[in-house]
Unconditional design. Structure first.
Lengths: 304, 424
């Protein structure tokens, strides 16, 4: 094997790690907001991602039948729609279900799990039990090869850029906007925030809806790398919770760090070990670190 | 038809032989559906049902046990539809021994204990004459003790890992050697593949299949060498590291058995990493027309799949089958390998019952070996004494529009061998 080849493989392997990092982060982000900021264990997170994925599928098939000329353009709009639909649905769910259960965190776990089962069956009845794939625009497929033997997946690049945009947007909103201020105040001390005139119920609803919206975007992005079926959401939910818990609930930076750590460990281990052993190794590391540091990588600085 | 075959070849008891002769006497009547009622009179219920099965003068009740809900609904829906279609067609022809088939549908809900419970309900409470069902090996293993204890009869449609043979199960899909060995020989002969990279999901079917594949490549068939063998957890959606490993190993052939949602991610990411059908030879055991819906033709174009049936098979039986299937389930429906195998179940049962002249499980089982089906969409098949089907192996290439083009077919029927020597 020549030096060039080793260099190319190293580059592609580095990108594989980055790509997994962006997937994990995008998965965990919405959950980090809902679980981290509100303490709601949202078991239906995966299904909100599936909503996003099916939105892309709907857009793709509608565009294909009604306006085939626009096939190259529909994707960004479909992502916005995925956010909007998941956002609205999240808003409704908060209003109908979650707000009654804020004082009973374990019951939210059961309620949202039930919700997730119900949603899966709705997907199954609406879209059929078989997996579907949206027709992607040509510019999202294939690879970018700057030199011979080096292939960087375009869908990976796309997810990476989208993740950076969404993460940047969330951080900005959380630390620079009125909404972010209200959320942080509510998390830090709910009665006091109430006393200063913050409508914490509204804040909760908006936070939950935004978390769901981001889940929708994540699901939309994953149609470029994976499949869409009624139960796709359940593939992601474990990893999403892993990222958030390991990073330390309540800290977005922790989520970023944990997604990066898990992705690199897994991706490098996969290269040198077998796939299943890599997973075992990653989980062992996570468990060990959580035993030493139960609060996660980055502990939030609030008084409980 | 089956009745015309020499029943003397198979060792039968005197009583069974008498039943068979009765069946032969009825053969002319069978040809004419209109005479079905007269036929029922020839087969009084007391004679065709000595084991208290749910058989009356006008109908016979069978069970159908698949997952209509849960993860496996993706795969099992096709089998449910195909079995129903076969039963409807048989009923339209006048039924079996003059009796219409009535189906009791039970939902295994992708949960193995539920399968066991429902099979017990079908066999003990409903006393069904036979059951068409199960898909995963796990669900089959869960119901097997029930079928053996209650002496039921199960028609199982999925291609699977072999290493099993039960008196109470008829396997209408391929066991591992029928799918793997001929495909690998073809890869070695036609594609000159010397180095193989084996990839699978991490559970019993891919692992057993790959074990057989490795033995065949390295020792039995002496095709070349295995340069990598990898298993990924079910549901894994990230294959970038694996793809880099494949790039390092540069195999002549990627031999894949990845299933479920992972399957889709695998092919999407292969394409995204620049590994396409133009540059790389890939042969898989786990992509049928059903999976293609999710994978997408553009991601699988140029790769090869090893199955016994493809929807595009060009023969008169298949043309009629595809037409009837699309008429029943919509023009967009597709038929995969297992769906076709599911369709064979009711027809094989019909032939066996008519040969035995009885619905009793023991007699149907005894009559089963040697049953032939000339009307099968995959072409002629025959039931082996080990309860598996003689069938052909086929290789087809994925097309950008998501269909398969059959490029090779084994010249002869391949003998089923669930316990292959030299492969353990």
């Amino acid at each position: 094997m020549s030096f060039d080849e080793i260099y190319n493989i190293a580059l592609m392997q580095g990108f594989a790690g980055l790509s997994l990092f962006s997937v994990l982060l995008l998965m965990g982000l919405g959950l980090a907001i809902i679980f981290g900021q509100m303490g709601v264990i949202n078991m239906a997170h995966g299904e909100f991602m599936t909503i996003g994925a099916y939105t892309i599928y709907l857009f793709s098939s509608l565009t294909e039948t009604h306006a085939p000329g626009l096939m190259q353009l529909y994707f960004p709009f479909a992502i916005l729609a995925a956010f909007a639909i998941a956002f609205i649905f999240g808003w409704l769910v908060e209003w109908a279900l979650i707000r009654h259960l804020y004082k009973r965190p374990l019951d939210t776990l059961l309620a949202t799990w039930g919700l997730s089962l119900g949603m899966q069956q709705v997907f199954r009845s609406t879209f059929g039990p078989k997996e579907v794939s949206p027709t992607l625009p040509d510019w999202l497929m294939g690879s970018w090869s700057p030199s011979e033997g080096l292939d960087i997946p375009i869908n990976g690049l796309f997810v990476l850029v989208l993740t950076l945009l969404v993460t940047g947007g969330v951080l900005l909103a959380l630390y620079k906007s009125r909404w972010g201020l209200r959320v942080r105040a509510t998390v830090a001390n709910r009665p006091m925030a109430n006393a200063t005139g913050i409508n914490t119920r509204r804040t909760d609803r908006l936070t939950y809806a935004i978390g769901c919206g981001i889940a929708g975007v994540a699901g939309a992005a994953f149609t470029t790398i994976g499949s869409t079926g009624p139960t796709s959401g359940s593939l992601y939910i474990v990893d999403a919770f892993l990222v958030v818990t390991f990073g330390g609930a309540g800290s977005l930076l922790g989520t970023v760090a944990s997604a990066f750590g898990i992705a690199q460990t897994q991706s490098i281990a996969e290269f040198f070990l077998t796939g299943s052993m890599a997973k075992v190794l990653t989980l062992l590391l996570i468990v060990t670190i959580l035993m030493i540091r139960p609060q996660g990588l980055v502990a939030s600085k609030i008084r409980r | 038809m089956a009745e015309k075959k020499d029943p003397i070849q198979t060792p039968l008891t005197d009583e069974q032989r008498r039943k068979v002769l009765m069946g032969m006497a009825a053969a002319p009547a069978l040809m004419v559906p209109g005479l079905a009622l007269a036929q029922a009179g020839q087969f009084p219920t007391a004679k065709v049902n000595t084991t208290k099965l749910a058989v009356t003068d006008t109908e016979v009740i069978v069970g159908q046990l698949h997952s209509a809900t849960g993860t496996m609904a993706i795969s099992e829906t096709g089998s449910i539809q195909a079995e129903q279609l076969a039963i409807d067609q048989i009923n339209a022809m006048g039924g079996i021994l003059g009796r219409k088939i009535k189906v009791i549908k039970e939902d295994g809900a992708s949960d193995w204990p539920t399968f066991a419970e429902k099979s017990k309900k079908l066999l003990v409470n409903d006393r069904v004459a036979c059951v068409f069902g199960c898909w995963t090996s796990a669900s089959r293993k869960a119901v097997l003790p029930v079928f053996e204890k209650e002496n039921g009869l199960l028609y199982y449609p999925t291609f699977y890992e072999g290493l099993e043979q039960s008196k109470n199960v008829i396997y209408t899909g391929q066991e591992a050697t029928q799918q793997i060995i001929w495909g690998l020989d073809w890869a070695s002969k036609e594609k000159k593949a010397k180095t193989y990279f084996l990839v699978g999901s991490d559970y019993i079917w891919p692992r057993t299949s790959m074990k057989i594949a490795r033995k065949h490549i390295e020792s039995v068939g002496k095709l070349g060498s295995v340069v990598g063998e990898e298993y990924y957890p079910l549901g894994n959606t990230n294959f970038n590291s694996l793809i880099n490993k494949i790039k390092v190993a540069k195999p002549d052939c990627i031999f894949a058995a990845v299933v479920g949602g992972s399957n889709v991610a695998f092919y999407k990411q292969l394409k995204a990493a620049g590994i396409t059908g133009v540059k790389q030879f890939l042969l898989t055991l786990s992509v049928t027309e059903d999976e293609m819906l999710g994978v997408g033709g553009e991601n699988f174009a140029g790769f090869y799949s090893s199955m016994k049936y493809f929807q595009s098979l060009d023969n008169a039986n298949n043309k009629g089958f595809v037409e009837a299937f699309k008429k029943a389930y919509g023009p967009k429906s597709v038929i995969g390998d297992v769906t076709q195998a599911g369709y064979l179940g009711p027809w094989l049962w019909k032939a066996a019952v008519e040969k035995a002249g009885s619905f009793d499980v023991d007699k149907v089982v005894a009559a089963s070996p040697g049953i032939e089906l000339k009307t099968a969409p995959e072409g002629y098949v025959k039931l082996h004494e080990n309860h598996h089907l003689w069938s052909k192996a086929r290789i087809a290439q994925g097309q950008p529009d998501g269909t398969f083009k059959v490029v090779a077919e084994s010249p002869e029927l391949i003998e089923p061998n669930p316990f292959p020597k030299g492969y353990q």
